[in-house]
Design a protein around this ligand. Structure first.
Ligand SMILES: Cc1cc2nc3c(=O)[nH]c(=O)nc-3n(C[C@H](O)[C@H](O)[C@H](O)COP(=O)(O)O)c2cc1C
Length: 366
């Protein structure tokens, strides 16, 4: 395992020094203070495990906590799971109502024992809350406002410290306009946020026509945090079978550029927590996202590739970076390279487009 952080000195001396600083604990003479606040929740570190199969498994969740994760986001409870569950429950109820003799002998499982999507999810949430001391954020994948408030409430009532609303939508209908998509998303956020008494974060994709404005509206609709950005998976064509199918490709650090830009633009301009997701792989990525203005940085691909223990390596890299540059805390550096703070605010906008294009040097150009 390697952090590949490219942050200069990384030898045994600095690690010993680092161990000494960490052992001394946070404070003027000790380790930099990594604590942060996200959705009003105090976190020991800004490194969070985002939704993935890793956070859907109790032993992995415990391993993430042991490795020093700041919080975990459970995988999303998906509309499809819930729909399947409703139809299964209806089927079971019909079956019981038929007074089938087998039913009276307990052939039909009790509803609360039935391992449907939502029931299994609630069990995971309750177990995670029982066994972890870090905040546990539940996630729902919603499209329509209707049923989602019920599930958001259920998750909040079951102890979720916050709800992440995973808005994963591909507006593919020719008669579906951008304004409509935005309005429906805002209605969804408003409905869910007003129906629970825990904070709601909204995880969005990056494709919005005027994102800074839309982000403000999402916050006005009740989002206490923006999770930027979800990774949309693109279909691929299999040339042998001529079929179209999903092909999940994990991210690399390159993906961080998009969240980096928008977090830097939104920092200090919208009154909400900001989480960076997509492309956080190394301690250097974590530091960049914090400099841009993120309150937390979320990891999935790197943890799927390297395992939960990798969190401690990334954390050590962040501590090393802060220590070498004499930062006392994460809050001291947070947002210091945001658009509002940098000397050249245009760097995050279109103005450096030409500069970027002309800076490319190909060896084939003479
Ligand atoms: C296998 C896999 C499963 C995922 N499941 C979910 C999910 O249930 N809900 C969700 O909001 N995001 C889900 N994600 C997206 C991640 O939480 C994360 O936002 C995305 O992978 C970008 O972060 P990364 O670059 O660190 O991978 C999943 C990603 C992967 C790779």
């Amino acid at each position: 395992m390697s952090d590949h952080n490219g942050n200069g000195a990384n030898g045994p001396e600095i690690d010993e020094e680092l161990a000494r600083i960490v052992a001394a604990g946070p404070g003027p003479e000790g380790a930099p203070d990594l604590s942060t606040e996200y959705l009003g929740l105090p976190l020991n570190t800004p490194i969070v495990a985002s939704s993935s199969p890793l956070t859907g498994d109790l032993p992995s969740l415990r391993a993430l906590e042991t490795a020093g994760i700041g919080a975990v986001v459970l995988p999303s409870l998906f509309e499809e799971q819930v729909e399947h569950e409703s139809s299964e429950i209806d089927r079971m109820l019909d079956y019981s109502a038929d007074a089938n003799p087998e039913a009276t002998f307990g052939y039909v499982p009790r509803l609360d024992e039935y391992n449907t999507g939502a029931v299994r999810y609630l069990r995971l949430l309750r177990d995670a809350k029982d066994q972890l001391s870090v905040p546990v954020i539940a996630s729902i994948n919603g499209v329509t406002p209707g049923g989602w408030t019920r599930y958001a409430k259920m998750l909040a009532d079951s102890g979720a410290d916050a709800i992440e609303l995973n808005v994963y939508r591909v507006a593919a209908h020719v008669d579906e306009g951008g304004r409509q998509v935005e309005a429906e998303t805002l209605a969804l956020v408003e409905k869910v946020a007003s129906s629970v008494d825990v904070p709601v974060a909204v995880k969005l994709g990056a494709s919005w026509s005027a994102f800074a404005n839309f982000a403000t509206q999402v916050v006005d609709a009740g989002a206490k945090g923006l999770v930027l950005f979800n990774r949309f998976y693109q279909p691929d064509i299999d040339l042998e079978t001529l079929s179209v199918g999903p092909r999940l490709v994990l991210s690399t650090s390159e993906s961080l550029r998009v969240p980096l830009r928008w977090i830097a633009i939104l920092y200090d301009r919208v009154d909400t927590s900001l989480a960076a997701t997509s492309g956080v792989h190394t301690s250097a990525d974590v530091v960049k996202a914090l400099l841009a203005g993120a309150d937390v940085t979320m990891m999935t691909s790197a943890l799927l590739k390297q395992g939960p223990e990798y969190v401690s390596e990334v954390t050590a890299g962040v501590l090393r970076w802060l220590t070498e540059r004499e930062y006392a805390s994460v809050s001291q550096l947070k947002g210091s390279v945001s658009q509002a703070k940098v000397g050249d605010p245009a760097a995050f906008e279109r103005a450096n487009y030409l500069e970027t294009l002309t800076s490319y040097a190909s060896t084939f150009l003479r």
